[in-house]
Design a protein around this ligand. Sequence first.
Ligand code: DAH
Length: 343
Amino acid sequence: MLDEIARQLDALLPSLEEELKRAKSTSDLEKIRVGYLGRKGKLTAILKSFATLDPSERPSAGKMVNDAKDRLLSVITQKAEEFRKDEFASRLAQETLDITLPGAALIPGHPHPISKVLGEIEEIFTSMGFVSEEGPDIEDDYHNFEALNTPPEHPARDLHDTFYVEGGLLLRTHTSPVQIRVMKRQKPPLAIIASGKVYRVDLDISHSPMFVQVEGLMVGEDITFGDLKGVIEAFVHQIFSKEVAVRFRPHFFPFTEPSAEVDIRCVLCGGAGCRVCKMSGWLEIMGCGMVHPAVFEIVGYPTERVTGFAFGMGVERITMLKYGINDIRLFYENDLRFLKQFS
Ligand code: DAH
């Protein structure tokens, strides 16, 4: 009986080796392993015949089975190791990188056209000695209107379609309130610019509910309209070009007296008249004037000694004229075909 078991056990290895030759993958191998060593496998079947053995034969039969199992396991493990190596090698081959291929180009970003032009405007004024100041986007009625000599019911308020927010506050309709904030905390003489977002209920080809302004203010003794003209002309010649003519046209703002709007010779038609300048040959680029004494009184400046000028411009407008852009909405649509032209 023991001989019979030994014979069966000896037959297992060659037949296993034969099957292993045909195995093509780890999963084939696993099936083969189960066929020999699994619960219903060939080795287990031999174990079951132990029931017919004489108890004295069982220990040596057990040892034979264990030895056979070790031999089977060792060839299976060896085969598994071969598969593992092959599979690893083929994965490596698949994942090979061609390091001679050109790399993916890094596309560097660049400032938005509005940021770019705003930077240029700030640079021009700071190089003349103006200092940059800031104020909040959410303002109160006092700073945005009242202290700028624009009391409730004042008709100038109609020009500003204001966004109101909770708590009696509003989104500033211009950067002029920064003038008030600066003058309230600082004594003259001073020369500041203040840039930032402003908000109005407005949307069309040349108006956006949010846009960017730059405010300027210079206060001291003997500041005249001549100084205002000099500063603005110097600015225009730097931001556009030396050849561009500038004119001051009387206008009205509640917080300046006298007030003016600044026009430049149409940069698109040279003054001959075109659609952009509405055949006038001139383009309006900012508002300005001499600070109204009522404003000085509100901030507590001595009106008999100090004078000053102020101006305010829209950065989108300047950018549109500088680059011949005809629709303000292009600035906010983030169309890369548009933005890439300013790199
Ligand atoms: N705040 C005005 C506006 O938004 C622009 C302006 C005009 C600002 C005259 C000034 C100024 O400082 O003096 O329309």
